[in-house]
Design a protein. Sequence first.
Length: 581
Amino acid sequence: MKKNSSANQNSSYQQLLPYVRQQRGTFFRAFLCTLVFNTAWPLLAHQAQRLVPYINEGKVLNILDLVLFVAAIWAVQKIAQFGQDTLSAKGAFNVAHGLRKDLFGHLQSLSLSYFETAPTGDLTYRVTEDVNRIGDAAHKFFHQFIPCLLQLATLLAYIIWLNWQLTLAIFLIAPVMALLIGWFGERMRRFSYRSQKQLSELSSQLVEIFGGIRLIKAFAAESEMYRRFEVAAEHNRTAKYNIERLRAIEYPVVGFILSISVLMLFVLAGWQIQEGNLTGAAFASYAAAVAMLIDPVNILANNFNDFKQGEASVDRIFELKRIAPTVKTRPNAIVMPEMVGKVEFQQVDFEYEADRPVLQGLDVTAMPGQMTALVGASGAGKTTLVNLIPRFYDPQGGQIRIDDMDIRDATLTSLRRQIGIVPQETTLFAGTIAENIAFGQSKFDLAAVESAAKIANAHRFISQFPQGYQTWVGERGVNLSGGQRQRIAIARAILLDPKILILDEATSALDSESEALVQEALERIMQGRTVFIIAHRLATVRRVDRILVMEKGQVVEAGTHEELIAEQGRYAGFYAQQFAS
């Protein structure tokens, strides 16, 4: 992940304005409720000035009338507060919801190369916890910050009207308070950014550990994993402790200055009363108004820290949103017509890292309905070649054409929906077996799903489950065997009915019985399609139309099995090695 680059950006929260504008109607209604809510404060403070003479003179009926009037003000204020609280919460959480959807959509648009290096736990944390923190900050802004700000404005206007000399003293203290809160807030933002980074790294490590628990146990590596977890957990603890320690310093310092200010206010009030500029009843009203100021000042100070923590989350979210996909649909791209299946690589160059070529000047043509096998040592470029067909990556040089059309001129969706892939390791998602076979389709025909499963030799084992096709598949399909998962993957490809099919070592991790069933299913699905097969077991490719032997990103031999054996070249050497016994 990139370092925090917020210093080079405008104010972090300005980036949220498009999402706030979408909720402007809700926030405007909340603001109207806030105005009513805050108008009540100076009215309530003013009643203290009326109450003192009534108490001194023992006018019980007047006091009762005043109490009823105050109760009416409170009732209106609390109704307005309800509207303010509910509407501000609705608007703020809608902002977070919109941001989360946009972020997820943006992540989905990023290229495969990004996810090969991005920590999964960190991405998960940003989409969940960071967005939640932004939603909380937006909620506090509209639910607390704006109301408190208006409360301060109305009460300050009232106490200026009562006695401007006393209020001037408050204004002299205000800059000191603002500087202190700003100083603490900036440090809070930095500490929060570090804390969230440490927590996302801890989350990434947990995802990695739980995903590889079988390997950890196989190598008795629990102690080493515990040590790594302990280090990450300690970093997270330290980062969070630094935040709380900063809070622990801030609250007493700000609180002490506030308390001294209140004491000084009483001294100055005594002087003003002595000078005849203030009456005792007016001071009672003044003191009530100042008491009403203390709570919003504290809330604003706390909110400032929360906003700084939220700002760190905004930085992290928009840091992701600024990452651009390396593979994009061109602005003038068209929907790929129904494929015939001719695939051409024309002088294709590709590298994952600069100056480290993987494919060099590659020229390959596969005719419609032709089965092409790719063989060669690991790192020869076989998987890279097939990954370029659905545009998981774009080559740095040359062209890839399907049916004489540059695949970059087609929309990504229309291209990929006509290419089927059966990988070595099948990925299944939480859901039913039927939903996994019809993956990517919100609506599907169950009869078509069953038909695809029959072709893939999967119908029999699926029917043996009590719930059949509605059987729930556990996380990553752990309650199914490798052969069962692979046959579901084949059924998934059959249902897509692709013209181009990519088989990436689809049987290499299976036992003999499962391999036979999967191989039989593959032979059915390959009929009439343009097929690319990556295989280390050469027995599985002897009947293909063409075998390409790859070495260092280039095709060094090409022909049928019999032709390549007769040449006594690299393929013949690989074959002899595998079947030496």
